[in-house]
Design a protein around this ligand. Structure first.
Ligand code: EPZ
Length: 419
């Protein structure tokens, strides 16, 4: 079990390129199942979640070859349509394979994805949407047995809340449903637009992504494979911006669309940072002593992203003034609060509301990151804190960050991985 050893208190300066987006590449890799032939995905980040996804594709019968940040997937001959429970447990977002398998194979079998550190992760919206398209989905002893095939037809489905995963699953299943499928109340995240662009490259007639209504013209003709480059990861970008906001200094983050994270950069500007943007790059300058800002409520895109809540809180905790956070998306997304308190933060929790009182500076400590973004938030806090920190929970970081420590060292951060 290795840890990050961080010695904080140094300003960070330099350039970093955002990795390919984790939450875009996962559904796009699942979508390669739709087409017999070889799709080539570039800007594919080196993440453990990607490795699990490639292992599932291989198990299903695809030939997978990775060359640096490019992955070739040949889905000509699928040999099975079941995902083993071990891999479902390793990555609950493997549920995204459900729609793609129904579209390609007409059947799918996978175990119920369990909850995770963020609380229960229900998939009721995925299942009711797919059933509305004609899928028969049986649930027994935690296993989902799904049949689609000729019973599936295009139709209209209204999502009661803009679930990212459910929107993606229906888009993928709809590709093989003859007729028009309309998703009303769709998630509007940029990653949904990336998936739409990949499906279009495969010859699928899909439109509306990025807005509340997505339409797919489906038919029994399978799409063709495609080459595609994944968008930049807006949450990885937010991580570097929050880190430099907290330590002080100057950073230029390249490879990400500034408009994908205006909700985060607006908060950093309100906290005292200067932000300049240009196509596919964001520059931030900070004195390192952030001020408290108006209340931050997480919300579906284009609202403040829940994935950046811990990151911003960690950056503000060592500043001045107070800020109220309200987490509206997940049940328990405050696992970073206790370890931040160990670093001297003053944070009051009440249900989904957390009030951060800037203490003027944190101190190093031995802390554990309990989920992906909580662990990244602790790295941010440790870089700005006085003294040395040891951060465990790197298995969470490896799920979503490609070279977090490498990139932070390139900015001048004193962070090393130790056994
Ligand atoms: C995606 O998760 C992301 N993961 C999450 O990123 C992100 O936090 C989340 O969207 C919200 O933006 C991937 O894309 C792989 P949801 P997803 O379905 O699709 C409830 C990270 O840190 N819900 O939009 O699982 C659900 O409980 C990860 O990179 C139902 O009730 O999120 C939650 O409260 C963490 N029933 C809310 O909707 C359902 O059937 C939003 O969930 C589905 C969801």
């Amino acid at each position: 079990m290795s840890v990050y050893r961080v010695t904080g208190g140094r300003k960070l300066n330099g350039q970093v390129t955002a990795q390919g987006a984790k939450n875009s590449v996962l559904p796009i890799l699942a979508a390669t199942l739709l087409a017999p032939g070889c799709s080539v995905i570039s800007n594919c980040p080196n993440l453990s979640d990607v490795a699990v996804t490639l292992e599932i594709l291989t198990l299903l019968g695809c030939r997978v070859e990775r060359m640096g940040d490019t992955v070739a997937i040949d889905a000509s001959a699928l040999s099975r349509a079941e995902i083993p429970p071990r891999l479902m447990r390793e990555m609950r977002s493997s549920v995204i394979f459900l729609g793609a398998l129904l579209a390609r194979s007409g059947t799918a079998e996978l175990s119920y994805p369990g909850g995770c550190e963020l609380g229960p992760r229900p998939i009721n919206l995925h299942l009711s949407a797919l059933r509305a398209l004609g899928a028969e989905i049986g649930e027994d002893q935690g296993c989902l047995r799904c049949r689609g095939g000729t019973a599936m037809r295009g139709g209209t489905f209204r999502l009661p809340l803009p679930s990212v995963g459910a929107t993606e699953n229906v888009m993928l299943a709809a590709v093989s449903c003859p007729g028009t499928t309309t998703i009303v109340g769709a998630a509007q995240e940029p990653e949904i637009v990336d998936l739409q662009n990949f499906l279009r490259a495969m010859g699928v007639r899909v439109s509306g992504a990025g807005g509340p209504v997505i339409t797919v013209e489906g038919n029994r003709t399978l799409p063709h494979p495609a080459r595609y480059t994944v968008m930049g990861d807006r949450i990885a970008a937010a991580t570097y911006l929050c880190a430099v906001g907290a330590t002080g200094g100057q950073v230029e983050v390249q490879g990400v669309e500034p408009e994908h994270l205006t909700a985060v950069t607006d908060c950093l500007q309100a906290a005292g940072c200067r932000v300049h943007t240009a196509p596919k790059r964001i520059s931030l300058t900070s004195s390192g002593r952030l001020k408290g800002i108006a209340p931050v409520r997480t919300a579906p895109y284009p609202g403040f992203p829940t994935d950046a809540q811990a990151l911003l809180m960690a950056a503000l905790a060592g500043g001045t003034g107070s800020t109220t956070f309200v987490e509206t998306i997940f049940d328990s997304r405050y696992r970073h609060v206790e370890p931040l308190r160990r670093m001297g933060a003053d944070i009051r929790l009440s249900g989904r509301t957390a009030v951060v009182y800037g203490t003027g500076g944190l101190h190093g400590a031995a802390v554990h990151g309990g989920d992906l973004r909580a662990a990244a938030a602790l790295v941010t806090a440790a870089l700005a804190a006085q003294g040395e920190s040891r951060i465990s929970g790197l298995e969470h970081i490896r799920r979503g960050y490609d070279g977090l420590d490498r990139n932070l060292r390139a900015l001048g951060g004193d962070i090393t991985e130790e056994p």
